[in-house]
Design a protein around this ligand. Structure first.
Ligand code: FAD
Length: 476
């Protein structure tokens, strides 16, 4: 018979639980068919994230071809695609997938599972994208955690699975290449590949992911992660997010490498903080699972009454990095240029949008969706609802980030700011966080006229802070 491995957000061969388990389940003479479903949404939209994702998908296809097989594409709606799949592969006995806990994927997978089981095809699923799945860590009374710290206490004490080792010679013996049966899918894949721009080529795929993980550890960034991770002017974080998102690397592999470093090192403070970030990733995945409507709705229900602004001009300034607050503007230009933004900056710009501009946090969430190559609905919604004070374990509404103080603290020399805002290159350090404070002659000396070379602040932080406090106070 044939067993199928259906890839989704797990674009790798190495340490892939569905693939590993399928190989374990194979009986003598069984063959393995590797599958990818091109969802119609994927062909309709084109953003940085799609561009990046295509590059990761292309890398995965090549890795499979290197093992003598191919990735088989099916197309159309889930219903059409899988019905025709099961009729083409008429000796199919099992389908293996790695769990995707997002609401969209749950509905899709439930359909495929039912369809498969009706035809006596076994459906197996595995927790792979997270160290602990969305339903794994619960309170004693089986309810879910709302607050990170007690969740983390249980998370850290749970045994973590080791990476699973794929036997490549076994894979080569059983992997199929049925290209004749999947020509339509192959054609659509070709069309997708024509759309990719190639700019992410050097930043996608499993080899790059490993290199990135190794560099993070061997260059000592992990050692100083505790102190450096909040500094956008240092390259102090792992930059693994887009690899984790596409599944070019598994969280087990990352965890095991960091654990090995901890075992061998005398300074594990940075590594432990890093592991805590992997727990945040699982926490937000759990929260999104529990609150599947949180992309559109405030998790704390009383805040669903908050009135938000939709002022287009302000939104436009925020998007383009022309707010007159250098740290916000540099951050937004980083996002627009490289499709990634430092975590501290994500917190600053999200707080700025929701609290200083009083714009609907959903506008920010959607902008990130279109521009982040690491866009992950659970982490993004979690981050946005944290910053807007509307989520579980969010920043309290009365703790409002002052963008200028944040800037002084986390980019003290203004090097991050000037790397994205060349118009501020000659502004003296004393004014780099607030260039509008320069006198006319200082502006001339710095070749930076406020209002023409660089904008005046579009709002007053103090004023907006007061207004935001009042808005939230009304609903307490
Ligand atoms: P590192 O600091 O090296 O962290 C290692 C890994 O831990 C990351 O790759 C990521 O997988 C995970 N991680 C770190 N911080 C968080 C966090 N706060 N929440 C969840 N997981 C975390 N992360 C995304 O992956 N996708 C998103 O769409 C996303 N949107 C965000 C939106 C907002 C408003 C905020 C405040 C944060 C968001 N984050 C998101 C979390 C975080 O900013 C990024 O994961 C991080 O900046 C990625 O860079 P890195 O890989 O160098 O992180």
């Amino acid at each position: 018979g044939t067993q199928i491995v259906w890839f989704r957000r797990d674009l790798r061969i190495h340490d892939n639980k569905a693939l590993y388990s399928a190989l374990e389940h194979l009986k003598e003479d069984d063959k393995l068919l590797l599958l990818y479903h091109i969802h119609p949404d994927l062909t309709d939209a084109f953003t940085k994230r799609h561009d990046y994702y295509y590059e990761a998908l292309y890398d995965h296809v090549q890795k499979i071809e290197q093992q003598g097989g191919s990735l088989h594409f099916i197309t159309g709606s889930v219903e059409e695609a899988f019905q025709s799949l099961f009729s083409i592969v008429d000796d199919c006995t099992a389908i293996h997938v790695n769990v995707d806990d997002t609401p969209f994927a749950r509905e899709r997978d439930q359909f495929v599972q039912q369809l498969a089981e009706k035809q006596n095809i076994r459906y197996y699923n595995y927790t792979d994208a997270h160290l602990h799945g969305a339903q794994e860590i619960v309170k004693k009374d089986h309810s879910h955690y709302q607050v990170f710290t007690p969740y983390y206490k249980q998370w850290i004490n749970r045994t973590k699975e080791r990476p699973c080792h794929i036997d490549l010679s076994q894979l080569r013996d059983v992997i199929q290449k049925r290209t004749d049966d999947f020509t339509e899918g192959q054609k659509q894949f070709g069309t997708l590949m024509q759309r990719k721009t190639g700019i992410w080529k050097k930043m996608a795929g499993s080899d790059r992911a490993f290199e990135q993980l190794q560099a993070f550890i061997t260059k000592g960034l992990i050692t100083n992660y505790n102190s450096d991770r909040d500094r956008p002017d240092f390259d102090g974080t792992s930059r693994l997010s887009a690899y984790l998102r596409t599944g070019a690397i598994s969280p087990r592999t990352v965890y095991a490498a960091v654990q090995k470093y901890i075992d061998e090192s005398s300074n594990d403070e940075g590594a432990n903080t890093f592991i805590q970030e992997l727990a945040w990733r699982d926490f937000y995945n759990m929260i999104y699972y529990r609150y599947p409507t949180s992309k559109d709705e405030e998790i704390i229900s009383k805040y669903q009454q908050l009135q938000w602004s939709y002022d287009e001009e302000r939104y436009h300034h925020w998007q383009n990095g022309t707010t007159g607050f250098p740290i916000v503007d540099a951050a937004m230009r980083q996002l627009n240029e490289i499709g990634w933004m430092h975590n501290r900056l994500r917190m600053i710009v999200a707080s700025f949008l929701a609290k200083d501009l009083q714009l609907d946090w959903r506008l920010g969430e959607r902008y990130f969706q279109d521009h982040l190559i690491d866009y992950d609905p659970a982490s993004n919604i979690g981050g946005w609802q944290w910053a807007a004070s509307t989520g579980t374990d969010a920043v309290p509404y009365f703790r409002i980030f002052n963008p200028t103080r944040q800037s002084e603290r986390y980019d003290p020399d203004g090097t991050f700011i000037t790397s994205y805002l060349p118009e501020l290159k000659e502004v003296p350090l004393a004014f780099i966080h607030e260039p509008s404070k320069m006198s006319e002659s200082e502006q001339e000396d710095a070749h930076c006229i406020i209002g023409s070379d660089y904008p005046k602040p579009i709002v007053s932080h103090q004023e907006m802070r007061q207004k935001t406090l009042e808005r939230f106070k009304e609903i307490q």
